[in-house]
Design a protein around this ligand. Sequence first.
Ligand SMILES: [Zn+2]
Length: 109
Amino acid sequence: MFCPECQSEYESGITHCEDCAVFLVESLPELSGIKWKAVKEFTGYIPAEMAKGALEKNSIPAFIKGDFLSTAYGAKTWDAAGGKAVLFVPEEELERAASILEEMTADEQ
Ligand SMILES: [Zn+2]
């Protein structure tokens, strides 16, 4: 597992980087040169994770940065109810990601 922000490698079982407060990804997309941009802010982890899944279906790499509590218990300690989760995508995919997320929100209504 890797941190998409500082690119540290972690053992499997660890879910987020304590230093950067981001969820780890299984592999680093060619990260060198990618500028990550916040595309949308969510309340809670689950909607952010759903949005990330939708983007990945469209071949857009994404990662979630959230308000983590600094303990050793990983995502379980994260304030899923009230915490803010921000979804990041590469700058060049920002517009495409935003329109996919808009469509997704429209589908829910
Ligand atoms: Zn990190």
